[in-house]
Design a protein around this ligand. Structure first.
Ligand code: NAD
Length: 283
């Protein structure tokens, strides 16, 4: 039923190009939000151990009356669980919280190069175990720089299926995207509308007026035409519906270029710098 295109990943699996992100949705409200998104037609949910709401994701899928294999679910490793036994325990916790025997995609959430002696390779080897035993259909990383991806490649022949990174018009992150493209790593764009901060940019609102769409739809369509995977977050069913209606209009090459011209490089970043980010929240 879904009109959302699938992207084929390097490992041969497919992922819906548009999904629903649940970062900052309170655990007690997550099942309801996920159910609302699934009712609208979303079939891809992006969660993480550190969001604390994996159980709500599992519940929302069951409440929507969907079989587990009708929904693509991603989760990510807690920053405090990079050591092998911690990672194994944390992954068991993800499956228990979701009430599922597998995730479709499991990611190292942050590289944390100044923690764990900078040894994310050992952590990656543990994710390889989850892929080998089938409990993670695909594995990948998040917030990795090109240099960090190189380091991973030097110690492992498993190519991350995706790299989930901050991408939006103010921080186009094209260097890391290009690295991914050259190495078979799909880019997932987090904070695709810069948490709403790009929506009143005059370049965006002008195009929205011309194409008769909302600013959010214009920016999300820009990502889709660039080929990235996106999962905007909203708690309002009306905005969920708006963010899902991206496949019945096109942006011209000129409009695409005008949005791409908003890139401010690292100045445009809204989230932390992956080279220095070292936050480990309480578990
Ligand atoms: P986003 O860019 O999706 O923006 C979400 C915010 O924008 C919402 O809180 C809402 O206030 C507003 N919004 C949503 N739809 C709107 C609309 N149609 N019109 C006006 N305002 C609207 O930001 P995000 O939640 O940070 O990112 C999306 C997802 O990416 C997250 O839920 C999470 O799954 C993922 N993410 C991953 C990482 C990572 O480190 N891997 C970091 C941040 C986010």
């Amino acid at each position: 039923m879904s009109h959302v295109p699938d992207i084929t990943l390097d490992d041969g699996t497919t992922i819906p190009q548009l999904g629903f992100g649940v970062y900052q949705i309170p655990p007690a409200q997550t099942a309801e939000a996920v159910r609302a998104a699934l009712d609208i037609g979303y079939r891809h949910i992006d969660t993480a151990q550190m969001y604390g709401n994996e159980a709500g994701v599992g519940q929302g899928i069951r409440d929507a009356g969907l079989a587990r294999d009708q929904v693509y679910v991603t989760s990510k490793l807690h920053n405090g669980a990079h050591r092998p036994d911690d990672a194994r325990r944390a992954f068991d916790g993800t499956l228990a919280a979701l009430g599922s025997d597998h995730v479709d995609l499991f990611l190292i959430h942050w590289p944390l190069p100044t923690r764990y002696d900078g040894d994310f390779l050992t952590t990656w080897k543990v994710l390889e175990e989850f892929a080998a035993d089938g409990r993670a259909r695909s594995i990948g990383v998040s917030n990795f720089t090109a240099a960090q991806l190189d380091k991973l490649a030097s110690g492992s022949s498993t190519v991350p299926a995706v790299n989930q990174i901050e991408v939006h018009p103010y921080h186009a992150n094209d260097d890391v995207r290009a690295y991914g493209q050259a190495h078979g790593i799909a880019t997932e764009a987090w904070s695709p509308i810069a948490q709403g901060q790009v929506l009143d940019d005059p370049a965006v609102t002008a195009i929205a007026g011309e194409v008769d769409r909302t600013p959010a739809q214009v920016v999300l369509r820009w990502h889709i035409q660039r080929g990235d995977i996106v999962f905007p977050k909203s708690s309002s069913p009306q905005r969920m519906r708006e963010n899902f209606a991206l496949f019945d209009f096109d942006l011209t090459a000129d409009w695409m270029a005008a949005i791409s011209a908003l890139d401010r490089g690292v100045e445009g970043r809204r989230g932390p710098d992956p080279e220095t980010f070292d936050w480990i929240p309480d578990r």
